[in-house]
Structures are given as structure tokens and as C-alpha cells.
Ligand binder design. Structure first.
Ligand SMILES: *[C@@H]1O[C@H](CO)[C@@H](O)[C@H](O)[C@H]1NC(C)=O
Ligand SMILES: *[C@@H]1O[C@H](CO)[C@@H](O)[C@H](O)[C@H]1NC(C)=O
Length: 420
């Protein structure tokens, strides 16, 4: 009796389930195809030069500045960076420096760095109102939250200054009085090495090639520092009807879950937009940037920053300026406006990029001008000029997460692109 009741119920469902599964699969494939990034027909972003150039010191300079945020206690490491950039680049091009500090400068810092800096150096104190909580925020609640984030072990999240720094670099630095007169900036940080000679003016070639944002290393953000950032930015994008650029599509991992379940899952999943698609966490490591400040001064970016500032995530989470900049670049720019300086040798903390040297393009007849130092051997496919990786293997950063925008033969790990 019981068996007779159950048996028909066992056979029937597949008649319904199979077509439903089929429809789901078709729905998912259509959905995912909207995030398909067309394979570039040619490399979108070649290096400006391969190997060494005779530095063209007579070419007019761009309206550009080297900027470094530093503390008085970082004098030795700041001095190291400036020594390195002077040797690698600025001894020829003499761009001015602006040093920024949230506290008054020590005379000793000023004396040391003013001496090492070849270009004119100025030492600015950031006004208090640019280095603090947004007006809408209760500082007490923010401090309590930062304390808890620190106890949970989120990187740098226990330090109030670090949060102020991220907010400053996200929305304020380009409004600093001392920077207002410049268009381009090159961001420096204490404890950085430039391990190749940079024998051309990157500002000139950024401008000439209609680039707005340049980076050396792209990698994945630590997800726990910014669980709601992508949702907020995606909401802002929707609010302003901003179409998805190829950069945006490349930054999103489209969901494999069928509608409407992906939308329901989005309630529980960090880094998703409200439709359930997820940010890959790919971002540019912003301690190096060569970029156009007018991009950040644009109405669109300003409006986005105000929106994010009011959301509170610079303090109640630990949104980094790198993630904010990268998502804004994905929102507003075309892939051809972003430049990877793959010919630059760059090290900060434990991460580095050090390209192999371009064969037969090391300009050996210009020893006097370029300095007669031994350098890493040349390699087929190398793009660098006199790179010296100090015992490290030459490499571009292996976690190169913008693969979707690269031609297949230049992708770091083709299978990763397929999965994402
Ligand atoms: C700063 O760097 C210069 C080299 O550019 C060096 O001669 C000087 O000793 C350094 N000063 C400090 C305090 O590290
Ligand atoms: C830096 O040094 C130059 C001289 O080399 C001097 O004229 C200038 O006043 C110094 N700047 C600061 C901020 O001390």
C-alpha cells in the first residue's frame, strides 16, 4: 500500500527536473556571456619602450610631481627610496618632490631628504580636516570598531592612522594645496627599490598614449578588509547608469548559480553585487602609481568618493585606497587607458617585479650616461633596461590578475582565465 503510493511520485519528477535543469543551464550561460571580455586582437598595452633609451633630457616635461607620504620616523627608509629613484630615473629628469606628513616635520628629516632629492623638494603638513573621520561619523564608534578589527587580526586595521591614510589616498591627496597645480603624480613610499634604469619620461608617454592610470603590480586584495566595498560601488554604478566597461567585466566573476538563487545568495556573500556576481578582488598595488590626478578630481570620481565616505567603510571596515582606486578605474576607464609598467623593476616589502633585460637593447655605448654597473643578463622576451634583481629571479608578479585583458600567448596562467 505504502509502496504503491510512493512509486509514481518517484518516477514523475525527472520529467520536470531535466527540462528545468536545462533551462537553468541556458540561463546561466546567457548570464555569464554578458561578462565575456572579447579577446584583444592585438596586445592592448605594450611597454612604451623595450630596453634602454638615451635619456631625452631636452624634451619638455609634463606638469608632474613625485609624492611621498612619510612619518618622521621613516627618515632612513624614505631616504633609501629617494636615493633609488634618483639613481634610476630622476637624476636625468629632475621632477619636483612633495613630501606629505600628518604631523609637523622634524628638521632632521627635512635636511636629509632635501639633500638626497635632486629635484626641488617641499615638505607639507596635511591639514587636520583631510586626515580624520568624515563629518557624518561618530569617532567613538569608529574607534571601537577599529579596535575590534585589530583584535580579529585584519592587516593594519587596528591602527587609526592607517584608516586615515587609506581615506586620504582615496579621496583627499589630490586636493592638497601643494598638489593642486600639478596634473600627474608618481606615488612613492618609504622602503622601495627601483631595480632597473628608467631612461624615458613616463609622464610624457602616459600623456602621449592617452593613459590615465599606471601600475607595476596587480594582485588580490585581502577580502576580509572590505566585505561590503564592491556592493557599495556596484550600487553607485547602478544608481548612475554607468555601463559596464571591459575592465569592469574583467574584474567580475559571473555567478554559476541560476536566477533567482544567485540573487538570494548575494544576501550572504561578501564581494557580490546585488545580483550575485562577485568581484575577483583583483586590484593594483597602489603604493606605486603613476596617474593623472584629473581622473580623481573628475566629478564622477568625487561623487563616488563622497558616497563611499558616507557609507563608513573606511573605518567600520578597512577599505584600502588600492581597492577603491582599482574599482574606480574599472568603472570609468577603458582598458587602453591603463598602463602596466612591466619594464620597471619595483620592490616594496616582500613583493617585487623585476623584468629580464631586453637583448641587444642595453645601450652599452652610453656607459658614461647610464652608469657602468653590472646588470642582470639579457633574456629573449626581456623588456628591462639594466635591471639588477639582487639575487632574485627576474619576474613579473606571478599573481597577474588582469589576464582576461591579455592575449593568450602573454597570459601568466591561461587556465586561470578560463575558470574565472
Ligand atoms: C641618505 O642617502 C644618501 C645617498 O643618497 C646617503 O649619502 C646618506 O648617508 C643617507 N642619509 C641617511 C640619514 O640615511
Ligand atoms: C633645500 O636645499 C636648498 C639648497 O640646496 C635650499 O635652498 C632650500 O631652502 C632647502 N629646502 C628646505 C625645505 O629646507
Amino acid at each position: 500500500m505504502l509502496r504503491r503510493l510512493i512509486r509514481p511520485a518517484r518516477r514523475l519528477p525527472w520529467v520536470y527536473i531535466l527540462p528545468v535543469l536545462g533551462l537553468c543551464l541556458i540561463e546561466v550561460l546567457i548570464h555569464r556571456s554578458q561578462y565575456n571580455v572579447p579577446l584583444p586582437a592585438h596586445e592592448l598595452d605594450e611597454p612604451f619602450f623595450k630596453g634602454c633609451q638615451e635619456p631625452d633630457v631636452n624634451h619638455p616635461r609634463e606638469n608632474a610631481v613625485m609624492v611621498m607620504l612619510a612619518r618622521n620616523s621613516e627618515r632612513v627608509y624614505a631616504n633609501k627610496t629617494i636615493t633609488s629613484i634618483e639613481n634610476a630615473f630622476n637624476k636625468w629628469f629632475k621632477y619636483p618632490y612633495v613630501f606629505m606628513n600628518d604631523e609637523p616635520w622634524d628638521a632632521k628629516f627635512v635636511e636629509t631628504l632635501n639633500k638626497t632629492a635632486g629635484g626641488r623638494a617641499t615638505f607639507e603638513v596635511i591639514p587636520k580636516e583631510q586626515w580624520t573621520f568624515p563629518p557624518s561619523m561618530d569617532p567613538k564608534a569608529a574607534k571601537q570598531s577599529m579596535k575590534e578589527q585589530g583584535q580579529r587580526g585584519l592587516p593594519h586595521a587596528g591602527s587609526e592612522g592607517y584608516h586615515h591614510m587609506c581615506r586620504f589616498y582615496s579621496g583627499k591627496f589630490y586636493q592638497l594645496e601643494a598638489l593642486k597645480k600639478y596634473k600627474w603624480y608618481w606615488r612613492l613610499e618609504p622602503d622601495v627599490d627601483f631595480t632597473c634604469a628608467i631612461t624615458y619620461d613616463p609622464f610624457v608617454h602616459m600623456a602621449k598614449n592617452n593613459k590615465k592610470y599606471g601600475f607595476t603590480i596587480a594582485l588580490w586584495e585581502v577580502g576580509t578588509t572590505c566585505p561590503s566595498l564592491f556592493r557599495d560601488i556596484a550600487n553607485w554604478k547602478e544608481l548612475h547608469n554607468i555601463p559596464s566597461s571591459n575592465l569592469w567585466k574583467a574584474a567580475v566573476q559571473a555567478s554559476w548559480v541560476p536566477y533567482p538563487f544567485r540573487q538570494m545568495l548575494a544576501y550572504f556573500m561578501p564581494h557580490t553585487d546585488r545580483f550575485g556576481d562577485m568581484w575577483s578582488l583583483c586590484h593594483y598595488w597602489s603604493n606605486f602609481e603613476i596617474a593623472d590626478m584629473d581622473f580623481f578630481r573628475s566629478k564622477g570620481y568625487q561623487d563616488l568618493f563622497e558616497y563611499l565616505d558616507n557609507k563608513g567603510g573606511f573605518y567600520f571596515e578597512r577599505w584600502g585606497d588600492a581597492a577603491v582606486h582599482a574599482l574606480a578605474v574599472a568603472l570609468f576607464l577603458d582598458p587602453t587607458q591603463v598602463h602596466h609598467f612591466e619594464d620597471f623593476g619595483y620592490r616594496h616589502d616582500l613583493l617585487y617585479q623585476c623584468p629580464a633585460n631586453a637583448p641587444d637593447l642595453q645601450l652599452t655605448e652610453a656607459e658614461v650616461l647610464l652608469g657602468n654597473k653590472p646588470y642582470w643578463p639579457e633574456r629573449p622576451g626581456g623588456v628591462g633596461c639594466r635591471c639588477r634583481c639582487d639575487g632574485d629571479k627576474p619576474r613579473n608578479h606571478p599573481g597577474y590578475c588582469l589576464n582576461k585583458l591579455k592575449q593568450p600567448n602573454t597570459r601568466a596562467r591561461p587556465w586561470l582565465t578560463w575558470i574565472l
